[in-house]
Write a protein that binds this ligand. Sequence first.
Ligand SMILES: Cc1cc2nc3c(=O)[nH]c(=O)nc-3n(C[C@H](O)[C@H](O)[C@H](O)COP(=O)(O)OP(=O)(O)OC[C@H]3O[C@@H](n4cnc5c(N)ncnc54)[C@H](O)[C@@H]3O)c2cc1C
Length: 533
Amino acid sequence: MGIKEIDADVLVVGSGLAGVMAAVKAARMGCTVVLASKGSMRSGNSVLVGGGWLVPSKDFPPDEYVHVTLEGGKRINDVKLLRVLGQRGEAMMRVLGEMGVPLEKRSNRMWWVKMDTGKRSAGIVLMDPLLEHTKDERIVVLPWLSIIELLMDDGRASGAVGISRDMGPVVIDAKSVVLATGGGGGIYKRHDNHRRTRGDGYWLALQVGLPLRDMEFVQFYPLGLAEPHLPPLMVPPPIPKEGKAIDSEGQDIVEKHGLRFDLNEFIMEYRDQFTLILTTETERGKVYLDYTGVPEEKWETPRLNRFGRINPASRNRPFAVAPVVHFFMGGVEINEFAQTAIPGLFAAGEVTAGVHGANRIGGNALMECAVFGDIAGESAALYAMGVRRGKSKRGAVPGKFLWKEERKEVKELFLEVQDLTWTHAGPIRNGQSLQEGLSRVPEMEERLLELEADGKSLELNEVKGSVLISKAIMRASLEREESRGAFYREDFPQSDDDHWLKNIFLSLNGKTGDFIVTHRPAEGTELTDIIQP
Ligand SMILES: Cc1cc2nc3c(=O)[nH]c(=O)nc-3n(C[C@H](O)[C@H](O)[C@H](O)COP(=O)(O)OP(=O)(O)OC[C@H]3O[C@@H](n4cnc5c(N)ncnc54)[C@H](O)[C@@H]3O)c2cc1C
């Protein structure tokens, strides 16, 4: 199969909420856009959402929004980005409404995707109207195109190389690029993410010299299903007020631990603390959610009705729950214009760091994706309008690269990576275990090399990326000798503001494959001083 070459003003990698908002904005500004997704257009975590939005407004003033998010993130968030969300959040809800997303305000702070009584999930109700706007003559939509390398020309982003299921190798020449590849929850054994959410954007960024920030901060959702016959899906909020979390003796966990809040406050605002409690409880025995007291009529409300169809037993008996990986707070650093430190490379959504600091508050990811997706589209369009196309990159195309992987060794290695990451970088970490985890990486890297010598494939490439990102999480976790937000080290159980009110950056040493680790105080971020030469 020959190499397909495509030109565009703007390349957007990822068709989740951030990517779609970016593509639509760039096209509306008059640019030609390629919107690529390694899966179908309905892929990534955006189609799985519970549908809650934390929205600053006159009832929840921007300053309060910034304060609440900063306190939730234990003050290592990027305040500049929070101010942008504070200023633009409410207007974004109007924009989304005009684009056809049904939204309803249910409290001073929270809006929800309004679910219909049909079978569509909140994520589909959110994304389908937005995807309609990508049916624009300026946007070329390319599902099943996996980007494997970002291209650079004279120090600036100039496109990407990908492998397409239908076209084989593809080179996209673009004047600017938006990275909107989502997070990396799928590299953990227990997660509620899309199966292929494996942190591609993180390794794509590392390869072109960008550092990753805050990679030790992984959010766990306390109430993931732990029933043997069901996947570890999140039990969606809001939890009905009749619902109770109980231990294996039937004792109410909120009462047992003398907790001040109800389950919904815990899962929306204090996921970090509740995860620790549930992790400790599940080490002793099982934890259950008991919905048997929920009255019949409540089971007819759309969210509960949908959950009842997925887990029918939940109506009649308590069902087992345990924490699952839910969200990555760390990633690529951006400024208020969604610019990375590489000219022409922009990023938005879960692939970025800064908004959530050490712990994300419920409903704040969707807000981040929509606002910064839109900003990234605008910035990428403005950038593209002002530059000439770079040189063609035919030479960058890899040799044979299989779309589908059949080797059982590759699948086994991925399961090992998931197990390694969960065991050594799970909800409770310690220095010795992190060292042990890191010591297993070189052997995995050797096996990767042997497998690559036998043939390259997309899946193998993702496994290689997963090993690197697992290593990044463990390395950053080892560096941070304290506990903060969602990050807990049992050997350093207290927060230490005197030494650790700062962000950790990891860049890749291209020669050795090791990370170069740097720190920066959590205030006043300047991008240019941290990019590696
Ligand atoms: C179960 C669940 C429920 C959630 N509920 C809420 C909620 O109610 N409120 C809230 O605020 N947040 C919620 N979140 C978090 C939120 O859903 C995500 O943070 C957000 O959807 C991420 O959007 P995104 O656009 O950054 O990435 P995603 O939606 O994950 O999209 C990533 C895209 O990138 C593509 N991609 C990845 N790698 C490549 C590659 N190499 N080449 C080409 N394409 C690639 C994928 O195919 C996909 O199209 C939830 C998360 C989960 C898992």
